[in-house]
Design a protein around this ligand. Structure first.
Ligand SMILES: *[C@@H]1O[C@H](CO)[C@@H](O)[C@H](O)[C@H]1NC(C)=O
Ligand SMILES: *[C@@H]1O[C@H](CO)[C@@H](O)[C@H](O)[C@H]1NC(C)=O
Ligand SMILES: *[C@@H]1O[C@H](CO)[C@@H](O)[C@H](O)[C@H]1NC(C)=O
Ligand SMILES: *[C@@H]1O[C@H](CO)[C@@H](O)[C@H](O)[C@H]1NC(C)=O
Ligand SMILES: *[C@@H]1O[C@H](CO)[C@@H](O)[C@H](O)[C@H]1NC(C)=O
Ligand SMILES: *[C@@H]1O[C@H](CO)[C@@H](O)[C@H](O)[C@H]1NC(C)=O
Length: 593
């Protein structure tokens, strides 16, 4: 009623008291009407606005913690939409795709989201069962499911995903086939991040898991009607059996689908919780660890292409992975730009080498530094592995990451807005996914010209890992609190973070004395001497013959000394430029080619 008071103040300026009272009465009545209409409104928006307080639901255990009034409305509406279903006006007749004949007759068919269609023709193939559900509110936006920041350390209350309404699965028997009509706003801006579209996908997936009949192979049958390709994050491209006009026929593996629908509906909650729900106790990951103890076609992978600038990083990464005690293969994808002697050292560091042809970004400028950054797509061609964990070559791993193999594609850590960071990703290699990525190179616009921007347009639905899995070395919020906390995490021994991602200038391109990001104005948000020292500790632990490609080139030394001189002239207040350099890599005899 704050607004009402404000209006009263304005009205007070008028002389007539009677008028003031009359107007106040009018306002009072007005607000009563609004209040009443809010109470009686259809439940969808009430649901959403109170989602956090009313509902505690993650699809894992979907019980509605709903107050009586709201629940009633939901039921009423369900019944209403059920009775309204029979057409009064002429509806578009829905034809049956030819491949249904192959599935057979006498089917029980669940129909999802066909309210505006006459699907009587489908009845020749069996019994059609309309699946009733409450559509998500228009006010429900993608960023509610994929917020930039979540309280993953549970400092305040712990993160909570808003609820996406689901049908009452217990009301339906087993079904032979699920048929769903997907909304598709393509080519409208942001069409892929439509919550309603996700809702229909998730309803189909949940029905397939909870009510779908399984064949001998433990697969179910799902058919979509859609102008755009169904989300490959939910329905794997490998499971697509047939496509006919706008019909897409999938036979998904129930086990994989089951895992996906058991994860949070967005990155609004962690896929791998740090703490038990609502307590300070550390989450018991032992079940997951047990599941990932046996190695089955899994590998850690990194990629080197176009230049040798990251060779030293890849060597250190391999050594850090070996130190975590993992039994998985370490695979390095590299192109011919990496010289013979460097290949030998990379092998000695622990990598198995596989040669690739780099992949061009057709939208990048010719000769630009990121022209070939789509080379990471080659990861999807590693089809002799079920799953790979990609790790950028500017990362060192401090703790065993094997438990990530438990998670489906796409699982990663957050970057900003609804974007994930492509530095560490869980990927499921697949020839058809690879082909799809290649075919979309021209069409998709990558916000940063790199693979991260591209992959985020393809895999919009992703699962969030704790920041500590891929801890970014940055200080974007520019506060002493942030600096203190992060540096404490970088330093902790035994380590508290799983991996450190060295953004900005890489440690092996600085003198070991301090983080050279300090000396360049716009790189200073990446400067941390603590994280820098952590990297050099790994370097020191490495064999002499592995270190030899971590030297400085003449060119790099000139640049470093130049930056330092400039920082001194600018009088940067941290005064790192004053520190005397003791790093022996600067001596002429130690410079490398
Ligand atoms: C739905 O409406 C019918 C009458 O049209 C009624 O008999 C039935 O009990 C209602 N179902 C629910 C779940 O309210
Ligand atoms: C529906 O279609 C039939 C024939 O196709 C036509 O005769 C009838 O008038 C139509 N009804 C409405 C409500 O449009
Ligand atoms: C993927 O394609 C490659 C070559 O194009 C082939 O050798 C490989 O067997 C394929 N993988 C699968 C799982 O079909
Ligand atoms: C492109 O790749 C280079 C070298 O791997 C890397 O330094 C750069 O950050 C990448 N750029 C983008 C936009 O991903
Ligand atoms: C960070 O904060 C300091 C003062 O607290 C300010 O001088 C500096 O310009 C800020 N840097 C950035 C990049 O915002
Ligand atoms: C750096 O070295 C110079 C001469 O070698 C010496 O005079 C100076 O005190 C040293 N500075 C620091 C901070 O150690």
């Amino acid at each position: 009623m704050g607004e009402g008071l404000g209006l009263q103040k304005i009205i007070k300026a008028t002389p007539s008291k009677a008028l003031v009272i009359r107007i106040n009465l009018v306002f009072l009545a007005f607000f009563l009407v609004i209040y009443a209409s809010l109470l009686l409104r259809p439940s969808s928006s009430v649901y959403f606005e109170n989602a956090a307080s009313l509902v505690r639901c993650s699809l894992r255990e979907c019980h509605h913690k709903v107050e009586k009034g709201v629940k009633m409305e939901a039921v009423l509406e369900e019944n209403e939409s059920g009775s309204k279903r029979k057409p009064e006006t002429n509806l578009t007749k829905l034809e049956v795709p030819r491949f249904i004949d192959e599935i057979g007759g006498g089917l029980k068919i669940g129909m999802v989201n066909f309210e505006d269609k006459d699907y009587s023709e489908w009845e020749t193939h069996g019994e059609t069962i309309p699946i009733l559900f409450e559509r998500v509110s228009e006010l429900f936006e993608w960023q509610h499911l994929f917020p930039e920041w979540i309280d993953e350390e549970e400092e305040i209350d712990g993160p909570k995903c808003p609820e996406i309404p689901m049908p009452d699965f217990s009301k339906y028997d087993n079904m032979d086939l699920i048929v769903a009509k997907l909304p598709c706003k393509y080519p409208e801006d942001g069409w892929a991040r439509e919550v309603f579209r996700l809702q229909v996908h998730l309803i189909a997936a949940n029905l397939a898991v909870k009510n779908g009949k399984r064949d001998w192979n433990w697969r179910t049958k799902v058919v979509f009607l859609s102008k755009c390709r169904p989300m490959l994050e939910v329905f794997r491209c490998n499971d697509l059996v047939k496509q006919e006009d706008e019909w897409w026929y999938y036979e998904p593996e129930v086990a994989r689908l089951e895992q996906k629908v058991s994860l949070p509906v967005g990155s609004c909650e962690l896929a791998l919780p740090l703490w038990e729900q609502g307590t300070d106790e550390v989450f018991d990951a032992s079940k997951i660890e047990q599941a990932t103890r046996t190695v089955k076609g899994e590998a850690y992978v990194t990629v080197l292409h176009s230049s040798e600038a990251y060779v030293c990083g890849a060597i250190t990464l391999a050594q850090s992975l070996v130190k975590t005690g993992t039994k998985r293969d370490l695979i390095l994808l590299l192109d011919k730009s990496i010289s013979e002697p460097k290949r030998d050292v990379l092998k000695a560091a622990g990598w198995q080498l596989r040669f690739i042809k780099r992949i061009q970004n057709p939208r990048a400028e010719k000769g630009s530094y990121n022209e070939y950054n789509y080379s990471k797509f080659r990861l999807w061609q590693l089809t002799d592995y079920d799953k790979v964990i990609f790790v950028d070559a500017d990362i060192i791993v401090l703790r065993n990451l094997d438990l990530l193999f438990h998670f489906p594609q796409m699982t990663a850590t957050g970057n900003d807005v609804w974007i994930f960071n492509s530095g560490i990703m869980v990927i499921e290699p697949s020839n058809c996914t690879f082909k799809l990525l290649m075919n979309k190179r021209k069409e998709i616009f990558s916000y940063n010209g790199g693979d991260q921007g591209f992959l985020n347009e393809v895999f919009v639905w992703w699962h969030r890992l704790p920041r500590r899995v891929n801890f970014l070395k940055n200080f974007w919020s520019n506060s002493t609190v942030e600096t203190g906390l992060k540096n404490q995490l970088f330093a902790a021994d035994p380590p508290k973070v799983y991996a450190i991602h060295y953004l900005g200038l890489k440690p092996w391109l600085c003198y070991r004395d301090y983080d050279c990001n300090w000396n360049i104005g716009d790189q200073r948000v990446y400067a941390s001497d603590v994280a820098h020292r952590r990297w050099w500790k790994f370097y020191d632990a490495m064999d002499e013959k592995l270190r030899k490609f971590c030297g400085l080139t003449k060119r790099r030394k000139i640049d470093l000394d130049w930056d330092r001189k400039k920082a001194g002239e600018a009088g940067l207040i941290d005064k790192h430029w004053r520190i005397n350099i003791t790093d022996s890599r600067r001596w002429k005899k130690n410079l490398i080619q």
